[in-house]
Design a protein around this ligand. Sequence first.
Ligand SMILES: [Zn+2]
Ligand SMILES: [Zn+2]
Length: 69
Amino acid sequence: MENIGICDECGSRFLKRASKMASLCPECASLLYGYDNCAHVFEDGICAKCLWDGSRSDYTEKIHKENER
Ligand SMILES: [Zn+2]
Ligand SMILES: [Zn+2]
């Protein structure tokens, strides 16, 4: 399906129109480049809005933890 992409960073599927970047999910685009993140709404472990499944690469996990401090 052409409107669903695979995130280059975390490997999750994502809805392309929900992300500012063609090759990154909204979560990774936000963590890596500061774009607006999706206000995720998880249903059965997958965001109903952008389809992100909660995956993180080691790198985005690290950024996420640093942001929480
Ligand atoms: Zn991602
Ligand atoms: Zn989302």
